[in-house]
Design a binder for this molecule. Structure first.
Ligand code: ZN
Length: 122
C-alpha cells in the first residue's frame, strides 16, 4: 500500500474517532477503568409519569446508540493500532491484502469481502 494512501486512511480514522468521541460525550460518561467504554447517563426530565416514560425511552435509545458507537470506536482503534504496527490492510481471517478501494470506503474494515460474505451468510 502506498504511503500517501495509508496516511489518508489514518487521517480519516482519527477524524472519525474524534467525531464518535464527541457524540458519545454528549450523552454518556467515559468509563475510567475500561478502555473505549462509555456509560449512558440516565436523563432527568422530571418526576411526572410522562416525563419518566420519556426518560426511559431516551435512555433506551441512548444505550443502543452507545453500543453501536462503541463498536465502531473499537474497530477504529484496532485499525489505528495495526497501522502503527505496520500490519494494516490484511484480512483477519484469510490474511490476504484487503483491496485499497474497500479500505478507502471503510477504513476500519478488518476482513476482505469474501470472508465478510462467508461470515455473514453463516
Ligand atoms: Zn479474507
Amino acid at each position: 500500500m502506498k504511503k500517501e494512501i495509508l496516511e489518508k486512511i489514518k487521517k480519516d480514522l482519527l477524524e472519525r474517532k474524534s467525531q464518535i468521541e464527541n457524540e458519545l460525550a454528549g450523552f454518556a460518561k467515559k468509563d475510567e477503568h475500561i478502555k473505549d467504554n462509555y456509560r449512558s447517563e440516565f436523563p432527568d426530565y422530571g418526576d411526572k409519569e410522562d416525563e419518566n416514560a420519556g426518560e426511559i425511552a431516551e435512555y433506551t435509545d441512548n444505550l443502543s446508540i452507545e453500543f453501536s458507537l462503541e463498536t465502531t470506536l473499537r474497530d477504529i482503534n484496532k485499525a489505528l493500532e495495526k497501522i502503527e504496527k505496520g500490519k494494516y490492510g490484511k484480512c483477519n481471517y484469510c490474511g490476504n491484502e484487503i483491496p485499497e478501494e474497500r479500505l478507502l470506503a471503510r477504513p476500519a474494515s478488518s476482513s476482505c469481502v469474501e470472508c465478510k460474505e462467508k461470515l455473514s451468510s453463516q
